[in-house]
Design a binder for this molecule. Structure first.
Ligand SMILES: Cc1cc2nc3c(=O)[nH]c(=O)nc-3n(C[C@H](O)[C@H](O)[C@H](O)COP(=O)(O)OP(=O)(O)OC[C@H]3O[C@@H](n4cnc5c(N)ncnc54)[C@H](O)[C@@H]3O)c2cc1C
Length: 479
């Protein structure tokens, strides 16, 4: 197999990408087109540096009639031989020796753990405190409409986990030496996602499609012999001779276990506390907190493409995204995270009297606004003490302040008013696009001053990268 990188095609010609790529490859390898027996795209990204000319840039793998005939001079930086190796799942114990495995949580981690165990014959039990995705969607919709929170079935808890309402973006900074990321993407395709996600630079499924994919994966787990129990919460563990012998669910049922997988995610604060009290080793870690920021999608499109994505030839350019980082003079790092082109800011709370937001988009990414988390690094030094759970207390204080600031609704402010430490009373030329109601507030009263200072300084810096990113009318929502 030969890998060829850096094949550029003007975006407007990409409808015929296969034909153009074959011609380019034949020329590059100095062979007739008929020598190419197969072509697969490994990566496709956008190059907008020569605006108004926008290109798609491809890496492709090709198989040839006779690879050994290639002249040595064709190989170089962008042409190399590759051997394809697929990830293979090799558990340390056989099915017969493995005993009973319980997976706790059915977010991305628990879902894939349960899926691979099941299709390899291990018959795990997967327990999930929330509901199956169809019922969960109804609870979440109700919460966004009425503000009435179900603390066990919400944006964080339920089949699919917190990822279900996170836009279905699938990029990771983890290097894929073993091919695991690729297998995850291929598995999503097998269960209904677009094949494009296996090669585009920033794959995206969309919340709407992802819920269907997850429910298809559930059926496959059950068909392969796995058992899934919804509305079943791990509430205690029984430790005998230094190992977990049983778990207790919903405070009343005991299940014996040989292997326990804790795929609890980020928000199971009650379960973390229970496990800490049971002396499981835990360490505090640094994380990041901040706000969501909304701009008109057209502002981001103009900065990235020099045109609106709707005006691109045959609509071939999707809503544009961005990634920004800066360092504030007080030593904090500020960066954009989970950018949602054509997205929504959603109320993602999971505890009563507290409020957190997230970003989400549907597969079409067609709302009028772009949003992104603009977040500031915090370390255990910011927390009250060195207890491993102090970071959670830090989060709770911010979430409570956010809830109070918006009276239970998502606190919202224009960037201009945020800079002036002033509660907004009206929007300018951008209105927020949210799931869940909003209320004007002053976010300076929600986040600690050093974080607000860092945000203000770095958002101004971001305005140098993307024109008008720091416009007074841009919207910030928290936390
Ligand atoms: C507030 C927030 C915002 C985020 N924003 C984004 C974003 O914008 N974009 C993005 O790509 N990623 C985002 N993420 C990250 C993304 O959601 C996670 O990377 C991903 O969901 C982690 O997968 P997971 O399986 O480890 O955990 P989760 O998805 O959290 O799944 C854990 C599952 O375990 C279940 N569970 C917990 N405790 C128990 C128990 N005791 N018994 C039984 N079941 C239990 C929960 O109900 C849940 O379904 C965000 C996360 C959070 C919390």
């Amino acid at each position: 197999m030969i890998r060829i990188n850096q094949l550029k095609i003007p975006y407007e010609k990409s409808k015929d990408e296969q034909g153009i790529l074959i011609s380019k490859i034949a020329k590059k390898l100095n062979i007739p087109k008929t020598e190419i027996t197969s072509l697969s795209i490994v990566r496709k990204s956008i190059d907008g540096r020569e605006k108004p000319d926008i290109y798609f840039v491809y890496s492709v793998d090709v198989a040839l009639e006779n690879e050994s005939k290639l002249k040595p001079k064709v190989f170089g930086k962008d042409v190399s031989k590759v051997t394809k190796s697929a990830y293979s799942y090799k558990p340390s114990k056989t099915v017969e020796d493995s005993g009973k495995t319980v997976v706790v949580g059915m977010g991305p981690a628990g879902l894939f753990c349960g899926y691979f165990l099941s299709i390899n014959g291990y018959k795990p039990i997967i327990i999930e405190r929330g509901k199956k995705v169809e019922d969960r969607l109804a609870d979440v919709e109700k919460f966004w409409e009425t503000g009435v929170l179900n603390t066990e079935s919400n944006v964080q808890f339920g089949e699919g986990g917190a990822g279900t309402f996170s836009d279905g973006k699938l990029n990771t900074m983890v290097k894929d030496k073993l091919g695991r990321n690729k297998l995850v993407l291929e598995t999503f395709v097998k269960f209904g996602a677009s094949p494009e996600i296996t090669y585009v630079n920033k794959p995206h499924i969309g919340t709407d499609v992802l819920s269907q994919v997850i429910s298809n994966m559930r059926e496959a787990i059950i068909e392969a012999g796995g058992e899934i129990r919804f509305e079943t919460k791990l509430t205690d563990i029984v430790v005998k001779e230094d190992r977990i012998s049983e778990i207790i669910v919903n405070d009343n049922e005991r299940i014996s276990v040989d292997n326990l997988v804790l795929a609890l995610g980020h928000s199971a604060r009650d379960t973390f506390k229970m496990l800490y009290n049971k002396k499981l080793h835990m360490e505090p870690k640094a994380f990041a907190v901040g706000v969501r920021m909304e701009h008109k999608q057209s502002l981001i499109d103009d900065a990235m493409y020099g045109m609106r994505h709707e005006d691109s030839v045959d609509g071939l350019l999707g809503a544009a995204d961005y990634k920004l980082t800066a360092h504030a003079s007080n030593g904090r790092s500020v960066y954009s995270f989970c950018m949602c082109p054509g997205g929504y800011v959603v109320n993602a709370s999971s505890e009563e009297g507290m409020l957190a937001v997230n970003g989400m988009s549907y597969s079409k990414r067609d709302s009028q606004n772009a949003n992104s988390a603009i977040i500031v690094s915090v370390t255990p030094d910011d927390f009250k003490d060195d207890n491993p759970l102090s970071g959670i207390e830090f989060q709770r204080e911010l979430e409570k302040a956010a809830f109070d600031a918006g009276n239970g609704k998502i606190p919202v402010q224009t960037y201009g008013d945020f800079k002036l430490d002033k509660k907004s009373t009206q929007f300018g030329n951008i209105t927020p696009v949210t799931k869940g109601n909003t209320a004007f507030a002053d976010i300076n009263k929600v986040l600690p001053k050093s974080l607000c200072d860092a945000l203000k300084e770095c958002i101004t810096t971001f305005g140098k990268n993307i024109k008008d990113f720091d416009d007074e009318d841009a919207i910030i929502l928290g936390v």
